[in-house]
Structure formats: C-alpha cells, structure tokens
Design a protein. Structure first.
Lengths: 280, 254
C-alpha cells in the first residue's frame, strides 16, 4: 500500500485569549489520497482552520499541535519556512472563498496567473504568459487573450473564481484546498466551476479538499465527506451514503434544510446536545 | 393589495428592471427568485421607496405611489435585509435599536412594545440591553425582525433574510417568519436566490432574469418541475446539487 497523499493525526489548533485558551480544532485525524474529500460544518466548526493547517497558513496567534501532519511523506510539522514556501503554490495550493479579496486589484488577471507560475518554474516571461493563457482556456474562459488583460474589477464573480483556480492550478499542484470556492457564486455558475474542478482532479490525478457549509452540495460533488462540529470530526461518510448518516448532528443538519420537493409546516430545528462536543 | 405595472428602473445605461408587472393579494406570500444581477432586490428597493428613480405604476393598499412616500406608508411597509451584521448599528443596544422606530413614528408605551416585540421573535429580556456583537447571527436577524414588527406593519419585504445564516439557524428564522405571517396576517414579498427557501415560504413565485419577470408559477408547479421557460428548468436543476451532465448542458440565457 502506498502512503496517503495527506495524513493528519490528532490535529489541534488553539488560540490564547484573555479569557483562556480557545480550542478551535480538537483532535482531527484523517488521511486522504488523490480523491475529492469534503469537509462540512457550520460557522465556527473549525473546518477552515483545518484546511489552513494543511498549508500551515494559520493566523499568527494560532497554535498548532498534531501527532502527525504529513503531505506525500513530507513532515509539515518539522518543515522550515523556506521548505513550506517552496511547497505552497507549487505542490500544495489553496483557493479562497471570495476572488474580490484575493486578487490583486492593480494587476491584470493574466499577469497574476503568470506571476504565480513564474514563482515556481524556471521559465521565461513569454512562456509564463503562454501558460497563463492556456490555464484560462483550461477553466473554460472564452477568449483568453481578451480576459488576460482585464483587471479584477472588470470580471464577474464566477470568472474571478475561475481565474483564482487557473492561478492555483498553473504549477500543477498535487493537493488543492478549496475553502468555500463556490459559496459566493450563483447556482449555475457554481455548477460550472465545480465541473472544472471535477475534470481537473480526474485529469491530473490531484487531491482536493473541498470545504463548505453546504452538506448536500458536498455530498453530490465529493467522494467522501467529513462532518465537523465544535472543532471535532463527528462523522465520516461515503458521499453516496449521506442518507445513512448516523450522527444526530449530521441528520439534524439534513433535516432542517427546506426541500424543493416539498416541506409542509415548520422545519425541524436542531437541538444541540452538549455531548456532541465530547464523545465522537 | 400590491399592484405593480411596467416597473422600470435604470442605472445609467443599464436597465436593471425591465417592465415588471405583478399583483400580490393581502395575506399572500409572493416570492421572487433570480441570480445575482437579475434585478430582484432592485424591485424591492423601488417598492419600499429606497430607490426613487423608477417609472411605471405602483398601487399599494389601494393608493397610487409616487417616488416619495409618507411616514404612515413606511410604518405599514417594512423591509428586512440580508445581513443582520450590517443592518444593526454596532454601537446601539437592542433596546435602542427597537426604540428608534417608535420615536420616529411618535408611538408611545415603549416599554410594553419593546418587550412584546422581543417576546414575539423569541428573545428574552436578557437580550434587551446587549450590543449586536454580543449576539449570534440568528439572534441579530431576530432583532432585525423585531425592529420591523414593532411598527405593526401589514407588508414585509424580505431581501434574502436567511442567506447569511447557517442552515440550522435558517430553519429557525424561516419558522419564525412563517409563524408571524400566520398570526399577524401579513403580506410578504420574499426575494432569494434559494429556490427551496422561496418554495417553503411562498405560494407563488416569479422567476427573474436580466431585469425581466420571465415566468410566474405556483409552488406546486415549481416543486413538480412544471416550468414553461428553459431558464427556470435550468435553475431548478442547478439547485439540486452537482451533476456533471447538467453542468455540461448549461446555457446562458439573455
């Protein structure tokens, strides 16, 4: 058996606050290969911090502890800043939620993609430009030549998110962490962006960590789903078996969604059991 | 109750709302769905008087409406916004946020009205003197709803009232909105991009794309996918989760 692409054991992320230590992630363990893995949870569940821990991109005040955090055999806990810098972008990439806050507003989108590629490859500017154009095409942007010269404010949300994905995928990473990559997008645009990610994962054999609050969307898109609550993993599910979820939190989350196919009367509301915070 | 005919709103060269007409009966819940930029929120802003630059016909509760509305009008028609973080003043306590509309409209008996409004939205007296940052997202949206109800309106305009909330909190707010409408016999116009939310709360739904109402249908037809327009069918399909084939078949409708 080959080693997993990503292996995390007993991950803890905490913050020291004036009122004591706040444990945001408490003992998360999972391993994944070149698959689509979803992490689902509500706000404050620790899903984003778990995703950012993979790239060791936590806020300065955060403290990370883990028994194991390895990516393709590399110990990320012991890696130096220089080693991490080399991995980030080139082999480990991250797409954030909102392209409006992640793109440089005073640089054309094409130059930004080329810059990301240049940072990790010994190529000429002309080659980087070629690559950027090619990547724009890969995320199905019509007329990449025209879009290359646009500034972020001139593109729509859906196009901005595709540009972010193009930028992250240019160096051909092995693992992409996407934190709510489609939550700011309309449903039809969301579908198109997901289709692009889907194809890239299968064509390039990349691993994808897809972080989202939308349980049904994640289940329809990913292979496996991890459900987080209060900083812990409460359930791991095969995406096709969402209906067979066991944990009351997962079941409660599914039940409280209004259904297009029909819901009568009041929606069931989630009553939170303090025990969920402790026992898995 | 509400009758809108050939409503047009222009932003410079762009026609944001293009000859939109609809009627909403008293006590009805009417939904408008559409993607971003479809003009759905612009319709609400014209209805409530936040946007004065519109043309067309607008009759609300039997009275023809012009660009400028009376104070009495605003008391009867109130709006709830998407983001409770943004719609509450960060340096005002809940008590002050609720007292302000009462003062503006010259209503007395603040004590009784405030505690009643808080009770009605499921908040206790312990929340009354808190600041917005001391409340959860769901509690903040409850305060925003209490601030609207305290004026005893007859019409509520709801602009994505649950989009900024977690799904478990969304269920609580939807139940609350449902109950208030039943008890107070209110008329709702709900704008959302979420078809399931609109179908849950409303009996009739209009679909908007590029400033136009392209289709109006009752909820039974929406639930059964009995749509007239391909745009609506596509929107329905996209709302049901990821599907590689459906993604391939997506078309842009002008």
């Amino acid at each position: 058996m080959t080693a997993p692409l990503l292996d995390i054991a007993d991950l803890h992320v905490s913050f020291r606050t004036p009122r004591g230590v706040l444990e945001a992630v408490r003992g998360v363990s999972f391993a994944m290969g070149r698959e689509k893995l979803g992490i689902v949870g509500e706000s404050g569940s620790g899903k984003t911090l778990t995703g950012r821990s993979i790239l060791r991109l936590l806020p300065g005040a955060a403290e990370l502890h883990a028994k194991r955090l390895t990516f393709d055999g590399i110990d990320l806990l012991r890696a130096t800043s220089a080693e991490l810098r080399d991995l980030r972008g080139r082999r480990l990439a991250m797409v954030m939620q909102d392209p409006k806050f992640s793109l440089n507003p005073v640089m054309t989108v094409g130059d930004q993609i080329a810059e990301a590629y240049l940072a990790h490859s010994r190529v000429s500017r002309a080659e980087a430009r070629e690559k950027a154009l090619h990547m724009l095409e890969a995320v199905r942007i019509r007329d990449p030549g025209r879009v290359y010269a646009l500034y972020p404010y001139e593109v729509s949300g859906g196009m901005g998110q595709r540009i972010m994905i193009a930028m992250m995928l240019a160096p051909d990473p092995d693992l992409l962490v996407a934190d709510e990559p489609t939550s700011a997008l309309d449903v039809t645009v969301q579908m198109q962006v997901l289709a692009i990610l889907d194809d890239l994962v299968s064509e390039r054999g990349m691993g994808l960590v897809f972080i989202s609050h939308d349980l049904t969307l994640v289940a329809s898109f990913c292979d496996r789903v991890l459900v987080m609550y209060g900083g812990r993993l409460v359930e791991t599910l095969d995406a096709r078996e969402l209906g067979r979820a066991q944990h009351p939190y997962t079941r409660g989350l599914l039940a409280c969604l209004p259904q297009l196919s029909g819901t009568e009367g009041d929606l069931p509301v989630l009553s939170r059991d303090p025990a969920w915070l402790e026992a898995p | 109750m509400i009758e809108v005919g050939d409503l047009v709103v222009d932003f410079g060269e762009t026609r944001a709302v293009d000859r939109v007409s609809f009627k909403v009966a008293a006590g009805e819940a009417f939904g408008i769905v559409g993607e971003s930029g479809s003009g759905k929120s612009t319709v609400l802003r014209a209805l409530c008087g936040l946007n004065r630059h519109w043309s067309g016909r607008m009759i609300i509760e039997g009275a023809q409406q012009g660009p400028v509305r009376s104070r009495a009008f605003h008391r009867r028609l109130q709006m709830v916004f998407q983001d409770p973080y943004a719609s509450l003043h960060p340096r005002q306590t809940v008590d002050r946020a609720l007292a302000e509309p009462l003062r503006i409209h010259g209503l007395d008996d603040h004590e009784r009205r405030i505690s009643r409004a808080l009770r009605e939205v499921g908040l206790g007296p312990e929340h009354r003197f808190r600041y917005p940052h001391q409340l959860s997202g769901g509690q903040r949206q409850r305060v925003a709803i209490a601030r609207v109800l305290i004026l005893e309106p007859t019409i509520l305009l709801l602009d994505e009232p649950t989009s900024a909330l977690d799904v478990s909190v969304q269920a609580e707010i939807l139940n609350l909105l449902q109950r208030i409408r039943r008890e107070r016999k209110l008329t709702y116009i709900l704008v959302s991009h979420n078809l399931a939310v609109v179908a849950h709360l409303c009996a009739r739904v209009a679909v908007m794309n590029r400033g136009r109402f392209i289709e109006a249908l009752d909820v039974a037809a929406l639930r059964a996918h009995r749509t007239q327009q391909p745009y609506t069918a596509q929107l329905l399909r996209a709302s049901e989760g990821y599907d590689r084939q459906a993604a391939e078949a997506l078309v842009t409708y002008d």
